[in-house]
Design a protein around this ligand. Sequence first.
Ligand code: SAM
Length: 330
Amino acid sequence: MLDNYQRDINYLRISITDRCNLRCRYCIPKEGLSLIGHDDILRYEEILRVVRIAVSLGVAKVRITGGEPLVRRGVVPFVAALKSVPGIEDLSLTTNGVLLERCAADLFEAGVRRINVSLDSLNSDKYLQITRGGCLDDVLRGIASVYAQGFSPIKINVVAINGFNDDEILDFARLTLDNPYQVRFIELMPLGHPGRDNLGKYLASEIIMRTIAGKYTLNPVNGEREKMDGPAKMYRIAGGMGEIGFISPVSHHFCHRCNRLRLTADGNLRACLLSDEEIDLKTPLRTGCTDDLLETLIKEAIAGKPRKHEVQFDEQSLRKCVKNMSAIGG
Ligand code: SAM
């Protein structure tokens, strides 16, 4: 379905929980989060109902995220149910990887092939520090299991943080020499309450790219595949097995080709990650609404999708987007 700016809105990202087994410093405020009550989280059958209607309006690509999706009970049967919704051409999952080793085979069996793993440091002490308690080895074993299982592509998402992992840029880049992974650097966004602590930690993609290009030749690879790569600009180090990507929501926003809608864990539709405008679907879902009404609300969300976000990495922007990523679904 086209929005008011002729963008084809065909991608739904679903946060199935706001709960997470990590406490990443840039994502979750140090005082913790007030979690959504269990009854206020959309039930799987409610999500499936929304998805079926969204698909009838043109959504063909669905990503499951959170919070940490793998901590929600019943996620594997839910994924299998999603997989069987006619019209979904692309189903993927974003995870921190901590529980991946034990879930990899079941997720594969359920029909997931595309997986994104978030990993911000290759150093176990630093990983423990940024995640407030995470174990790097769990994640590395998780990545190894999805590789062994045959998932493809395996994308490793690295949020670039000045003063934290800027000294690991080449280590991450080198991962792609001998592994068929897509390592993608993502600019830190000024979201929610931790956003304030993040001021000064933003690192532009251009600097990361220059650092890598100072050591290796980077050949662009997007071309035909651009649709699958989303907003990432992809490169390959000559002779490398994997690829390196840059996602630059702050320095080069990609709003003109944003095709996304988000369904938050508490049942709101959000048309722009960086705007707190949302449409409530949970109330109608729970008060016996018709499919026609849900369709109208989804269309309303699409019609209200802003042309672009106005967010810069400054105090004023932080006030505009107060919801945290864990609640929205990254
Ligand atoms: N728990 C899953 C995970 O870790 O991938 C899914 C949810 S997490 C919120 C999704 C992604 O959002 C992660 O890659 C995380 O690094 C990213 N993220 C969270 N806050 C961010 C911010 N302020 N700027 C950029 N990326 C952010």
